[in-house]
Design a protein around this ligand. Structure first.
Ligand SMILES: [Fe+2]
Length: 328
């Protein structure tokens, strides 16, 4: 382990929030949301006016004009994700007994009210076990039932969702709990306890190219490089981008495997992210949504096994938020 007793923390910037660990987050209520009654009533009326949209939701049809209460709720949620806890657990949709299509429509409309829906994997992406294993073939871990380890979404240099949403359509009866860990808390811990490791994490790493349809060539791999921690672009704040396996694979493929010091730095990072002090574990029920700030909060899930009559299924949304939205 790389450690040092020399602590030289820089002044924290407002955008480096949220500063919480598991105990603090568990004691807070401001990241647990229940859908307000006026949002629910408004959506029920919207469904009556546009029943066809539940069967074929088209992004081009969706805006917030007819649902001002939902727009207000979405803005509050976004504020909490960008400037508050950085994580939101939204409950209350399951009780409405909506069809899967109606539930998805609500979720997509909420996304539209919070930012630009990114369509690299389609407007909405179904997360379920498709029988593959990401360590045997280059497929996203979201297509498998494997434990993921702490990560942020997207290992493509030009694609970075600011917010990631997960709508639970069917929870697993065996495993599959969601995990979150505050990467900004880890950052400040590492600045104090392991500054040499952090220095390495602030340098570029090559990531494997795994987006379906994109070819993994030497050239595309060498271009697909960026640090794990960096200051982030103007208006977005400090940014954390990480999935260890794709770093190891990317570096290996270009003939530049990780050095011992780099591996040790990733070990320190993994230990910090996964330490019981930092991990919040939760189980999403049908209709519940988990949203995370994908620049600040690492997420993961425990492995799970589908069984006859039970196939875990979540719907993922990736959102880009405006650069100017930097104040609370
Ligand atoms: Fe993920």
């Amino acid at each position: 382990m790389l450690t040092s007793s020399v602590a030289t923390p820089r002044r924290r910037r407002a955008q480096d929030n949220p500063i919480w660990n598991a105990r603090l987050l568990t004691g807070r209520r401001d990241w647990r949301y229940t859908l307000p009654g006026d949002v629910v009533d408004e959506f029920v009326a919207y469904l009556r006016a546009h029943p066809e949209r539940a069967d074929h939701p088209d992004l081009a049809d969706l805006d917030c004009e007819e649902t001002p209460q939902l727009a207000e709720f979405g803005l509050g949620l976004r504020r909490g994700l960008l400037h508050g806890a950085g994580v939101a657990w939204v409950r209350g949709l399951g009780a409405l007994r909506l069809s899967p299509g109606e539930q998805r429509l609500f979720y997509m409309m909420l996304g539209v009210c919070m930012g630009r829906v990114m369509t690299e994997y389609g407007p909405i992406f179904c997360v379920r076990d498709r029988g593959g294993y990401y360590k045997k073939e280059a497929i996203p871990v979201s297509m498998t039932g494997a434990e993921t380890g702490f990560h942020t979404d997207s290992s493509a240099v030009d694609t970075l969702p600011d917010l990631v949403g997960l709508l639970c359509e069917e929870p697993s009866r065996e495993g599959g709990h969601s995990l979150i860990s505050n990467a900004m808390h880890a950052y400040w811990r590492l600045r104090v306890s392991a500054p040499e490791a952090l220095e390495l994490l602030e340098k570029e790493f090559i990531r494997d190219v795994v987006t379906p349809g994109k070819e993994s060539t030497d050239e595309s791999l060498r271009r697909n490089r960026f640090p794990i921690f960096d200051g982030g672009p103007e208006g977005k704040g400090r940014t954390f981008r990480y999935m260890r396996y794709w770093i190891e694979q990317g570096q290996e493929k270009v003939g530049s495997p990780l050095t011992e010091r780099q591996r040790a730095a990733l070990d320190v990072l993994d230990e910090t992210l996964a330490s019981p002090e930092n991990v919040v574990r939760l189980h999403l029920e049908r209709g519940e949504q988990l949203w995370v700030n994908n620049r600040r909060i690492a997420h993961g899930r425990e492995g799970y096994a589908d069984s006859p009559g039970n196939c875990r299924q979540l719907q993922r949304l990736w959102l880009e938020t405006p650069k100017t939205d930097i104040g609370p």
